[in-house]
Design a protein around this ligand. Structure first.
Ligand code: PEP
Ligand code: MN
Length: 368
């Protein structure tokens, strides 16, 4: 664990828990959610006031009219309040409104100009600017860029700086909304040993059912806390509704998780290497699943065009080219042949299901 209080009263030996809606939508939903969270003992509330959206037209946050709602949460429930900042103006009004903790989003930490502007704004706010700042990883898997963003905030004289691991963008459909690539966060921990690193399973998973397993994995890997999106009525949330849970479910998850005190300290080389293996196996399953998805699409095409499932010339070519490719890495040809043959067998099985009429054999729920 790190060696300072992120906020007074938060024990550095205990995981920090931050929760609240993706976006502050109305005073009612903010307060309703906050009261429930406070009832369950959550100490730090989150709500996005300004929402950076990939495309125009989405809900871009209520803007500074939402800041007094957070002030009310703080006054009524005693929770600390936090929000995301992306510009000098955001920093200034957020500090003015008494926001206790700021975080910087993944689209902002990828931009050194924006990071410097935020760092300068914090510095010119003097003592008032010395709030805890958590820097999310940039959208792209670039550890140096993440470290650079953190250093800009540290160089501005901010004494309590931490990081949030929220996963990395990848093109195409995957199990996770953002790929965890845990080893990048673990490397950050090695490079900056006193930096608290919090995990954001909501944005990594992108769906409710992944929050619990990702949170446990984060604890097992020695993360210092969790930031989890919660909403009093998740199905009606204006942003990220698929990944938001009710405060009640959050409470259940927090009570089910097994904390691993000292997980970070006990990072023996073997344990670290095993974590990497766990991560790579997850990626392998994801990649295989994406291959099957394409294979099913091919199955639909073959069915529609009266082609047979197995076309041996294609199979021979796959085996030949892949074995050749694998030979360059030092993997045995026989091994590669076995793996490819097993993959091909499953591919054929899934295409046959399609031919039998089950157009969506294992159903698209396995995808996503
Ligand atoms: C958020 O926390 O709601 C958010 C926008 O996160 P990220 O920057 O990780 O996408
Ligand atoms: Mn969100």
């Amino acid at each position: 664990m790190y060696n300072f209080e992120i906020l007074p009263g938060l024990d550095p030996k205990e995981p920090v828990i931050i929760s609240g809606p993706c976006s502050a939508e109305s005073e009612e939903t903010v307060l309703h959610t906050a009261r429930q969270l406070a009832g369950y003992g959550v100490k730090v509330f989150r709500a996005g006031i300004w929402k950076p959206r990939t495309k125009p037209g989405g809900f871009e946050g209520v803007g500074s009219i939402g800041l007094p709602w957070l002030a009310r949460v703080k006054q009524e429930t005693g929770m600390y309040v936090s929000t995301e900042v992306a510009t000098r103006a955001h920093v200034e009004v957020a500090l003015e409104a008494g926001i206790d903790l700021l975080w910087i989003g993944a689209r902002t930490s990828a931009n050194p100009f924006a990071m410097q502007e935020i760092a300068d704004a914090l510095k010119s706010a003097g003592a008032k600017g010395d709030v805890p700042v958590l820097v999310k990883n940039p959208v792209n898997p670039d550890l140096e860029l993440w470290i650079g963003a953190i250093q800009r905030i540290q160089n501005a004289g901010i004494s309590r700086v931490g990081a949030i691991h929220r996963g990395f963008s990848a093109y195409g459909k995957h199990l996770y909304r953002n790929m965890p690539q845990w080893s990048i966060a673990l490397d950050l921990g090695r490079r900056m040993p006193n930096l608290p690193i919090i995990c954001d399973p909501s944005h990594i998973g992108g769906k409710r059912e992944l929050i619990m397993p990702l949170s446990q994995q984060a604890y097992d890997m020695g993360f210092d806390g969790l930031i989890i999106e919660s909403h009093c009525n998740p199905d009606c949330a204006w942003s990220d509704k698929d990944q938001q849970i009710t405060p009640e479910v959050l409470n259940l998850i927090l009570h089910t998780l097994v904390p691993r005190h000292g997980a970070k300290e006990s990072t023996e080389p073997l344990a670290l290497l095993r974590r990497q293996i766990d991560q790579i196996d997850g990626e392998l399953i994801d990649t295989l699943n994406r291959r099957m998805e394409v294979s099913r699409q091919i199955g639909q095409y073959k069915k529609a065009h009266g082609l047979s499932v197995v076309q041996s010339s294609r199979y021979d070519e796959i085996i030949r080219s892949r074995c050749q490719q694998a030979a360059h890495t030092g993997m045995g040809e026989e091994f590669m042949r076995k793996v490819l043959s097993a993959v091909h067998e499953e591919s054929v099985r899934q295409q046959l299901e399609i031919f039998k009429g089950k157009d969506n054999p294992e159903s698209s729920t396995v995808q996503k």
